[in-house]
Design a protein around this ligand. Structure first.
Ligand SMILES: Cc1cc2nc3c(=O)[nH]c(=O)nc-3n(C[C@H](O)[C@H](O)[C@H](O)COP(=O)(O)O)c2cc1C
Length: 186
């Protein structure tokens, strides 16, 4: 699939068919993540592929609420055939020789992991699979469930499976609202 078409037709998928996703296909989407760019090529990302139903139930329970409303992806994490949990090794991205290299401190791991996971979701979509980026959950609880070691942070969860819904397009701001020329606001 052409890249622009994949970007424009990807949707967050929160309902999945029970059809399994084979290991080769999972490897392919992880391969897309592996080839993302990263700070000084440090590749801080790590991925945990969860297929175990009991673990998925536990993960789904960590999803938070916004203003008292449940996370709309809780069922997706529980029911998708695969959940990929993206983690990052801290102290690598944004650092040179152990020292934070920018005035943004220790946040670049989020950036690098996002690049990798967006590669993953786009390639998944090009293969007919659905995904959703899930960020609203208790990361400490997820780390405990998955035995993520100290020095690593859980960044996001990505349910992966064949879509069982065709969600509407969520609107995007127009270019004139988000792009300036030469100076901010111009
Ligand atoms: C960093 C990030 C965190 C997100 N967290 C959640 C989440 O916790 N639960 C959820 O249902 N969707 C989550 N989403 C999905 C967004 O709601 C969705 O991408 C947005 O509404 C646009 O819809 P679209 O992906 O179908 O274009 C998240 C997306 C991003 C990029």
């Amino acid at each position: 699939m052409e890249v622009m078409k994949a970007i424009k037709t990807r949707r967050s998928i929160r309902r999945y068919k029970t059809t399994t996703v084979d290991d080769k296909t999972v490897d392919l989407v992880l391969e897309a993540a592996r080839w993302a760019p990263s700070w000084n090529n440090t590749q801080c990302w790590r991925f945990i592929v969860v297929r175990d139903s009991n673990i998925k139930v536990q993960l789904a329970k960590t999803l938070g609420k916004v203003l008292g409303r449940p996370n709309p992806s809780a069922d997706a994490v529980r029911d998708a055939p695969v959940v990929i949990v993206a983690c990052a090794k801290l102290g690598k991205s944004g650092y040179f020789e152990g020292k934070a290299a920018t005035d943004k401190g220790n946040c670049w791991y989020m950036f690098d992991t996002a690049l990798a996971t967006q590669n993953l979701t786009l390639v998944a979509h090009s293969l007919g699979l659905g995904t959703v980026h899930v960020g609203l959950f208790n990361a400490k609880s997820v780390a405990d469930i998955l035995a993520v070691p100290q020095g690593f942070e859980v960044v996001e969860m990505i349910p992966l499976g064949y879509p069982d819904e065709e969600p509407r397009v969520r609107p995007r701001k127009e270019l004139f609202e988000i792009v300036f020329y030469d100076k901010y606001g111009c």
